[in-house]
Design a protein around this ligand. Structure first.
Ligand code: AHR
Length: 307
């Protein structure tokens, strides 16, 4: 009777240190670096031994890294999946070894939800919805369709899929935003620049750009300026993340809106890790913070934005 749901005997609690095996997507841009910094800082603050591995954007390496956490018998495993697929076998192995798993930032494509204890991150579809709502609102009182091009993140990742779905669903409601083309920018500034160049070559009239993250949007700004355009107004650009560089871009009038997706999930992650270590119950889903910035609110947020 003196047992918590996780099967821990409260008269004989587990002894530390708590070891967290964490596998990160990579270091593809400003958001990801801020996410890693938040996790490292929170681990130190909570006295958790962090075994950190960087997948370098490689799904196979990431799965091998998670296997290595099981071999090392860490207390808890957490990871931000590079892609959604391929997780069944390694997570069943973690479950058999009684090592709890937490998904951070992104999700996985597995129907057996008992494979993970909790997930912490943003509601990506609603970020896409918000991007379309704000953009569409700017055209209130005007007529005609608005030609939008989309710069997508890497293939197979949850935010790529869900941000596109959220944006398309809102656009389809009124038919005002016409998504005329898409190109992949792989989450990076260079990728966004190359994608924008491609989109400019293929499309005569582009009224707005939805870049699925800040880095790609800032890359698109470079390509648009080189083509003699005025990014921020013609075309308008909406991005997702809320990094300092993008907020500065907004304040300078080079971006139109930024939808925030907070990378600062280190503290909620460590709190879940501590609870799982002690056999406690944890929420299955913990959403991260979001907001929408325009030029005015970006200037305010810049005063204390650290990433
Ligand atoms: O999964 C979150 C996304 O991944 C961020 O929007 C992007 O910047 C990062 O690479």
């Amino acid at each position: 009777k003196d047992e918590e749901p996780g099967g821990v005997d409260l008269r004989n609690p587990p002894k530390g240190p708590i070891v967290l095996g964490f596998s990160q997507v990579g270091a593809e841009g400003g958001w990801r670096r801020a996410n890693t910094a938040s996790i490292r800082k929170a681990a130190v603050r909570n006295r958790i031994d962090l075994n950190f591995k960087d997948a370098g954007g490689d799904p196979k390496k990431q799965i091998a890294d998670v296997h290595s956490f099981i071999d090392a018998r860490v207390s808890v495993i957490a990871f931000a999946p590079v892609v959604e697929t391929g997780w069944g076998e390694v997570l069943r192995r973690a479950r058999d070894a009684r090592i709890p798993v937490v998904l951070t930032d992104r999700l996985i494509d597995e129907t057996d939800t008992s494979l993970w204890a909790s997930s912490i991150g943003a509601e990506f579809a609603s970020e896409g919805n918000l991007a379309a709502i704000y953009l569409e609102n700017d055209y209130a009182g005007t007529t005609g369709t608005v030609n939008v091009v989309e710069i997508l993140g890497a293939n197979g990742a949850t935010p790529t899929k869900l941000r596109a779905e959220g944006f398309a669903a809102t656009a389809a409601k009124t038919g005002r935003l016409n998504i005329v083309d898409q190109a992949t920018g792989d989450w990076t500034k260079d990728g966004g620049k190359a994608a924008m160049r491609e989109l400019l070559e293929r499309n005569k009239r582009i009224d707005a750009v939805f870049a699925q993250n800040d880095d790609m949007g800032l890359g698109a700004v470079i390509a648009l300026e080189a083509a003699g355009k005025k990014p921020g107004s013609a075309p308008k650009i909406v991005t997702v993340d809320g990094t300092k560089a993008a907020l500065q871009g907004l304040a300078d009038g080079k971006l139109t809106y930024v939808i925030e997706c907070s990378p600062e999930i280190g503290e909620p992650l460590m709190s879940v890790v501590v609870d799982l270590f002690h056999g406690g119950r944890v929420p299955k889903r913990i959403p991260s913070e979001k907001a929408v910035f325009d030029a005015e609110t970006a200037a305010e947020a810049l005063l204390d934005r650290t990433y």
